[in-house]
Each structure stands twice: as structure tokens, then as C-alpha cells.
Design a protein around this ligand. Structure first.
Ligand code: C2E
Ligand code: CA
Ligand code: CA
Length: 535
């Protein structure tokens, strides 16, 4: 049993692996795809930006070298015009100025020279007379500029100043899917300028970034760094992940569901019972119950039989135990209820005095499911609710007495009767009768057998008779086999009895034939009943 239970978990574990593995795989693939995509694009974007930076610096260098070679070192009219022309050639230039050996500005091409503060070391360039460094206007958040200086031999110099923001091209079309941060810095790490492709993204030292590319210029001591913040990446690929994973989860759920169904797959003898229920192999035999005071038929007890395809009839003792243990008893009970209805409906419609009792198990008294089952079978049938009796055995303990009491009350509410079966054999005894509030008690065969042999058991019958009359319950004697027993029971005032002396459990046809023989129907009364029933 334990072994079987453990084995049943295997499909679930396998399914969990089968369904989680593709999800992990999917995310890994997505990540690989994004990784390959973004890291390549980050490289391309960095290269493209650096190329444009280099190009701008090339034209600034050309302009500066031109001025230096032409010896523009004074502020005469010709020199000023020469500077203005150089400025026009490099419109991104903020200032071209001549600086004296002491650092004072002699003149600028804008006419408004600015005070500059160096914020980086000086770097050499490819041209021996030109150096490069970063400057700002002296205040803390003033933007950084790039300064190219041509040094004359006498200490004078000519400078060309480019704002850092002018160097980074504003848009790199189609290079990167995600928003990103571009930073331009000197080889020594001094930041010249940064640009975000979207003002919405959070970037900077604090924001974690996922991809980064650094590209160093071959001509200038400059470095372009591109980084994609994690938040920007998430923003770009959010939908891809959501839809991908939603699809994956749906698949995983389906696989898990199938696996769960697989774990519920049953086999062995239980499987046989399930199949037998489906194939309608559970039928009912009907054992007549007689009124021994007048010999009239009271009704019957429906007793299940398994009719195998080869015609063998299997008694309940061979399968009820397993059916109870596996829960298949509920399916069997529904089958017996339907059988009872179909077999007896015709005979019972015009004989409203006849009853049929069905056996239930302890589990039936734990929920209202049985009420629903009964209503589903009988509500639309011609067998009336007050023709139905449900037996609860005293042999098994009811797990929840309070609940059982409520279910029994509900059974009585819908018009059926409840009988306590096998009275005297179980542990419940009198307290059961009192607590459960049943309508009928059935004296077990064990006590009937003892009639005429055991004084103690007949004393028990006597007390049951007394109790039944005090609680105004019906009493049915079971397993009556001899005339002596009949006489004794009749003498004690027991009216209802069933047993082999009258009839064994009969196939439906035989029982219906017996009903028709024992309870002829007055045709006018029958039509009347049928009519009022239909109404
Ligand atoms: P039970 O409810 O006590 O049913 C009475 C049993 O006594 C029946 O056995 C019946 O054939 C047998 N019997 C009746 N009169 C005599 C007699 O005079 N002498 C002898 N020796 N036996 C007699 P059966 O049909 O084999 O059923 C055995 C048990 O199986 C039933 O005992 C009941 O507990 C259970 N059972 C039968 N049908 C169903 C069912 O549809 N549902 C459930 N849950 N249990 C059922
Ligand atoms: Ca019974
Ligand atoms: Ca019984």
C-alpha cells in the first residue's frame, strides 16, 4: 500500500520536471537571445558613437592646426577674421581664443572670452604641438568642455573649446532596442559628457546596469562607454517575458493536470470495480419484507450483486469491503439506487404502501452528497420519497455523530425513512438509536438465530421490542429462517420480517412478479393514483 502510494507520486514529480524544465529553458533562451542581441548592439552603438566623436574632433583638430600653422598668435584684424572662419568651419566649437603666456585671454572669436578651469591632466595628441584636456567654468555643476591647445614657442597658445554635450550625437538610430546611457570620458577617467536616450530611465552609478561596452579612440585619449540599465532592459523585454512565461505556465499547468490525472489512474481490483460501475454490472436483488401479523408484503431490501459478463453473480461480501476502502462504494450506491428505481418504478407507482430500503455506509453520513444523489435519482421518478428507506449499519462506527444526525434529519426532511441496521451487533447500542433519531430498527440475524436456544438473546429481542414501541419505531427482524422464529416474533408483537423462510433476495423480475401476485391493484384506484401522481 505504502509502496503503491509512493509510486503514485512519481508521475507528479516527472511532470513537475517536464513542465518546469521548458520554462527554465524558455527563460534561458530568451536571456541568451537578449544577451546576444544587446551585447552586440551595445558594441555597435559604441563604435558608431565613437566614430562620430572622432570625426568631430578631427575637424576641430584640422581647424586648430590650420590656425597654428598660419601662426595666428596676435589679435589683429586678419587674425580675428582667420579665427572667425575656423569657428564657422566648426560650428560646434564654443570658443577659439588666443591665450598669453601668463594664461590671460588676449582675444576670442566670439568676442566674449570665458574664464576656464582645468579639470583633468593634459594629454598629448597625435600632433606634437597640440594637447588636450577638460575644462569647466569653475562652478560645481557647470558642464565639462574639451579643450584643444596649440602651443607656440614663446608660451602663447591658441585654444579651441568644444562642449562635451556637442560631441555625443543625439540619436543613434536602430542600434539598440533598449534605452541606454552614453558616457564620453578621457582616458584618465574624467567624465566629459553623458547622454540618456530617454529621460525616463534611471541611470548612473547607483542604477544597476546589465550591458556595457567601452571603446577607446585610436586617435584621441578618449573613451566612449555605453551601458544599458537593468530597468531599461526590463522595460524593453517585459512583454516578451510576460507572454513567453504565460504561455509556458499554461503548458506547465496542462502537463501537471495530465500528470495528476495519471496519478489518479487506478488499477487492479479497484479498476475492475470502476469498469463494472461504468458497464452497469452492479445490479440489485430484492429480498421481500413481510408483515407477519397478516402475511402482507411490506416491501423489500435492495441488495447489490455484481453480475459478471459470463453471468456469474458475485455476492457483496466479495467486493463491498474494497469498495468502501477505495471510495468506489459511492458509485456502486448510485448504481443500486438507479437500478432500484428502474426495476421497481412500474410495480410501485400504483402500490404506494410498498417500501424499498437501500444500504448506506458510514461515509454516506459525512456529507449531503447522498441527499443530492437520492434526489437526482428519485425526484423525477414515480417512486415516492416516502417509499424509500435508508439503512445505516451499527457495525461500523460513524466518524462524526453530529454530522450524521444532520444528514439523517435531512433524509427525513425530504420524506424518506432511516433504519438502523444490524442492531445489537455494534458498539453503538441504545445511545445510537437515541442520538441518531432513526425511524426503524432491524434486529440482526444473530438474535433471531438464538430464538429457542439462548435465553439471553431472546431477552435482548424482548428489550428491543419494548424500546421500539416506546420510541414508536418500526422493528424489522432479519434472517428469519424457521416457523418457530416467526411464531416467537409474532407473539412478541414484531410485525415486519425478512428471511429465507419467506424468500431469499430475488432478481428484479421475480420480485416484481411476487409484488403483482401478492398486491393486486384495484384498477380504478390505480388510475386514480396515477392521475393524481401525474398532477
Ligand atoms: P445486510 O444489510 O445485513 O443484508 C442482509 C443479508 O442477509 C443479505 O446478504 C441477505 O441475503 C442475507 N439474508 C437475508 N435473509 C437471510 C436468511 O434468512 N438467512 C441467511 N443466512 N441470510 C439471510 P447479502 O445480500 O449477501 O448482503 C450482505 C451484506 O452486504 C448486507 O448485509 C449489507 O451489509 C451489504 N450490502 C448488500 N447490498 C449492499 C448495498 O447495496 N450497499 C451496501 N453499502 N451494502 C450492501
Ligand atoms: Ca441491510
Ligand atoms: Ca442487516
Amino acid at each position: 500500500m505504502n509502496q503503491r502510494k509512493r509510486a503514485k507520486w512519481i508521475p507528479l514529480v516527472v511532470a513537475a520536471v517536464i513542465s518546469v524544465a521548458p520554462l527554465i529553458g524558455l527563460n534561458a533562451l530568451l536571456w541568451l537571445h537578449i544577451n546576444a542581441n544587446e551585447s552586440q548592439q551595445v558594441e555597435e552603438a559604441a563604435a558608431a558613437i565613437l566614430a562620430q566623436v572622432d570625426l568631430k574632433l578631427d575637424s576641430a583638430m584640422t581647424a586648430l592646426i590650420g590656425l597654428g600653422v598660419d601662426n595666428v598668435r596676435t589679435c589683429g584684424q586678419g587674425e580675428r577674421e582667420r579665427m572667425a572662419r575656423a569657428g564657422a568651419m566648426t560650428p560646434f566649437t564654443r570658443e577659439i581664443a588666443i591665450v598669453d603666456a601668463d594664461g590671460s585671454v588676449l582675444c576670442s572669436h566670439t568676442g566674449r572670452p570665458r574664464v576656464l578651469r582645468s579639470i583633468s591632466p593634459r594629454h598629448e595628441t597625435l600632433h606634437p604641438q597640440v594637447t588636450l584636456d577638460l575644462v569647466d567654468h569653475g562652478s560645481d555643476n557647470s558642464p565639462a568642455h574639451l579643450r584643444l591647445s596649440w602651443a607656440f614657442d614663446d608660451g602663447r597658445s591658441i585654444r579651441l573649446v568644444v562642449p562635451g554635450s556637442e560631441l555625443i550625437p543625439p540619436i543613434i538610430v536602430g542600434k539598440l532596442q533598449s534605452d541606454f546611457l552614453t558616457q564620453l570620458m578621457l582616458a584618465d577617467g574624467t567624465l566629459l559628457s553623458g547622454r540618456l536616450t530617454s529621460p525616463d530611465i534611471k541611470a548612473g552609478a547607483a542604477a544597476p546596469h546589465v550591458f556595457e561596452s567601452n571603446r577607446t579612440s585610436e586617435r584621441y585619449p578618449l573613451l566612449v562607454q555605453i551601458s544599458v540599465p537593468a530597468s531599461a532592459l526590463l522595460q524593453t523585454y517585459k512583454d516578451l517575458f510576460i507572454y513567453g512565461n504565460a504561455g509556458g505556465l499554461v503548458m506547465a499547468s496542462i502537463v501537471m493536470l495530465l500528470a495528476w490525472l495519471a496519478t489518479r489512474r487506478i488499477d487492479g481490483p479497484e479498476r475492475e470495480i470502476v469498469d463494472a460501475i461504468r458497464k452497469g454490472q452492479f445490479i440489485a436483488y430484492y429480498q421481500p419484507v413481510l408483515d407477519i401479523s397478516n402475511g402482507q408484503l411490506i416491501g423489500c431490501e435492495a441488495l447489490v450483486r455484481w453480475r459478471k459478463p459470463d453471468g456469474t453473480i458475485v455476492p457483496p461480501s466479495a467486493f463491498i469491503g474494497l469498495a468502501e476502502k477505495t471510495g468506489q462504494i459511492y458509485g456502486i450506491t448510485r448504481a443500486v439506487l438507479r437500478r432500484g428505481r428502474d426495476d421497481l418504478e412500474k410495480a410501485y407507482i400504483n402500490r404506494p404502501q410498498l417500501k424499498v430500503s437501500f444500504n448506506l455506509v458510514a461515509g454516506h453520513f459525512a456529507s449531503f452528497d447522498i441527499i443530492n444523489d437520492i434526489l437526482a435519482v428519485f425526484e423525477t421518478s414515480h417512486i415516492r420519497m416516502n417509499q424509500l428507506v435508508f439503512e445505516v449499519t451499527e457495525r461500523e462506527e460513524l466518524p462524526n455523530m453530529a454530522r450524521a444526525r444532520v444528514v439523517i434529519a435531512r433524509l427525513q426532511e425530504i420524506g424518506t425513512q432511516v433504519a438502523l441496521d444490524d442492531v445489537g451487533t455494534g458498539h453503538g447500542g441504545l445511545s445510537y438509536l437515541l442520538k441518531l433519531g432513526v425511524d426503524q430498527m432491524k434486529i440482526d440475524k444473530m438474535f433471531v438465530d438464538a430464538i429457542g436456544t439462548d435465553r439471553y438473546s431472546t431477552a435482548i429481542i424482548d428489550s428491543m421490542v419494548r424500546l421500539a414501541s416506546e420510541m414508536s419505531m418500526d422493528l424489522v427482524a432479519e434472517g428469519v429462517e424457521t416457523q418457530e422464529q416467526v411464531d416467537y416474533l409474532r407473539a412478541k408483537g414484531v410485525r415486519a420480517a425478512q428471511g429465507y423462510i419467506f424468500a431469499p433476495p430475488l432478481p428484479a423480475k421475480a420480485y416484481v412478479a411476487l409484488v403483482e401476485a401478492m398486491c393486486p391493484v384495484d384498477q380504478t384506484a390505480a388510475t386514480h393514483i396515477a392521475a393524481s401522481d401525474a398532477a
